[in-house]
Design a protein around this ligand. Structure first.
Ligand SMILES: Cc1cc2nc3c(=O)[nH]c(=O)nc-3n(C[C@H](O)[C@H](O)[C@H](O)COP(=O)(O)OP(=O)(O)OC[C@H]3O[C@@H](n4cnc5c(N)ncnc54)[C@H](O)[C@@H]3O)c2cc1C
Length: 423
């Protein structure tokens, strides 16, 4: 056969990119791709507003929202300003203010009820002309040389098929393509679970301290988050191993109340708390994947890897990956050469791995040793503050580039000093 083989004409595709999920990763990707003039379809299983956990943002999200022209939308929402993070263990306190970073990052961000935040962002992207279909769930995806064929379950119970040049999976905990394409990989973290709700009756600290997240280390080994919202409600949650929860028998509401009341710092603030809705539980949320992309697909946000909620990194990583995937995809669809591994996967993993070093150091006690030391080096604390603000791609910060080693050394020094002080 000659080399001039003729291929059958390509079936015209319905859309250039089909995005699964309208959470932070999907909305961010849609906002960026819309600028390239592509035909997009965002399919979302639920109807918005919908509840999802993950309410404390990091300052780096402000850069990301600004980059796609969505910051103004969020600024108008009147969310609670988050100016830092306070870690507490008994009478030990480590108070980070985002104004004290080593880099030139944003000095604040927001505490957001996700139902409102995700809807505001998605609506703004939809208003730019992007086709959003709520109540549509991706049931199957078949890839051929020319396109991907996606089967959608529609709200009326019927199924429709859509063809797309590329599928971007931003389905979060739905993990659509990891499940369908057997991309799931086990997380390296032990199983932890979380019990959470929103409450009223939170006695908040005054002024600039009001909007900070509190992370309280419970005497029994769990940790508790306290995230205040501008609507008067406060998000309260506990993260622990199943063994820890087993020490608190009863219904979830009794369990949560008993755990909160047995931590001195949380109890002082939440003594009068009333639950806004019955506490909910999520188990074994840490996840990972074998790969982030293939010839006609990529994964972003929680559909890739989720570590742990302790540093509120999830939405930041979801937005960064959604934006980055859309930037690489834009050039691919324009016919330019792209390298998904170096330009996308390696970049996302740089951020994930930096947070991973901090999560590991949190649970093996190196980070608490550093944070609750009686003497702390202010320059180093500013570098750590930049990481906690989400600037995990800043190559000038040694607490990013050599996070694990730097935290290990610092914990040793802090531990030695603490022992010397008690001798
Ligand atoms: C206990 C806990 C506490 C957390 N706290 C924080 C925090 O304080 N700050 C923070 O930044 N992060 C936090 N996170 C992480 C945060 O929840 C996630 O990282 C974030 O929501 C990921 O965004 P996403 O866009 O990837 O996915 P999501 O926000 O989950 O959005 C995915 C969307 O895809 C849709 N979808 C799913 N399946 C399908 C389908 N088949 N078809 C169509 N649509 C589909 C879903 O309905 C959903 O709306 C926390 C996580 C846990 C478990």
């Amino acid at each position: 056969m000659s080399g001039t083989e003729t291929k059958p004409p390509m079936k015209p595709t319905d859309v250039d990119v089909l995005i699964i999920g309208a959470g932070p990763a999907g909305a961010m990707a849609a906002a960026q791709l819309q600028r390239g003039g592509f035909k997009l379809l965002v399919v979302e299983k639920q109807t918005f507003p919908r509840f999802v956990i993950g309410e404390s943002l990091l300052p780096h999200t402000m850069d990301l929202l600004k980059e796609v022209g969505l910051l103004e939308v969020v600024e108008k929402c009147d969310f609670m300003k988050k100016t830092g993070a306070v870690f507490m263990r008994g009478n030990q306190v480590c108070n980070f203010d985002f104004a004290n970073q080593s880099g030139a990052g944003w000095s604040y961000t927001y505490q957001v009820p996700r139902a409102e935040f995700d809807k505001a962002v998605a609506d703004a992207v939809q208003a730019r002309g992007v086709d959003f279909r709520y109540g549509h769930s991706v049931a199957a995806v078949n890839f051929s040389d020319a396109h991907a064929e996606v089967a959608l379950d529609q709200p009326d119970g019927t199924q429709r098929k859509v063809t797309a040049r590329f599928v971007l999976d931003c389905s979060g905990y739905g993990r659509v393509l990891p499940r369908l394409l057997d991309l799931e990989a086990p997380s390296k973290y032990p199983v932890r679970e979380s019990l959470f709700t929103h409450v009223t009756g939170d006695v908040r600290p005054p002024e600039r301290e009001q909007g900070k997240i509190w992370v309280c280390v419970h005497p029994g080994g769990a940790w508790i988050w306290i995230i205040p919202f501008s609507n008067g409600h406060t998000s309260v949650g506990v993260v622990a191993t199943p063994e820890f929860f087993a020490h608190f028998p009863g219904e979830p509401a009794e369990q949560l109340r008993a755990i909160v009341m047995s931590d001195p710092n949380a109890a002082a603030r939440l003594a009068d708390m009333q639950f806004v809705f019955p506490p909910q539980r999520i188990k074994g949320y840490a996840c990972s994947v074998k790969k982030f992309f293939g010839p006609q697909f990529a994964l972003a946000g929680n559909a890739t890897e989720f570590l742990d909620p302790v540093f509120s990194s999830g939405v930041t990583l979801a937005m960064e990956s959604g934006l980055r995937a859309a930037q690489v995809l834009t050039r691919q669809l324009q016919g330019q050469p792209v390298d998904w591994q170096t330009e996308y996967a390696d970049h996302v993993m740089q951020g994930v791995n930096t947070f991973r070093a901090y999560v590991s150091a949190w649970y093996d006690d190196r980070l608490p040793t550093i944070l609750f030391a009686s003497q702390r080096n202010p320059d180093i604390m500013r570098q750590i503050c930049s990481v906690l603000a989400g600037y995990v791609w800043d190559k000038s910060n040694p607490y990013v580039t050599q996070a694990d080693r730097a935290l290990g050394l610092l914990a040793k020094i802090s531990g030695t000093m603490a022992r010397a002080a008690t001798d």
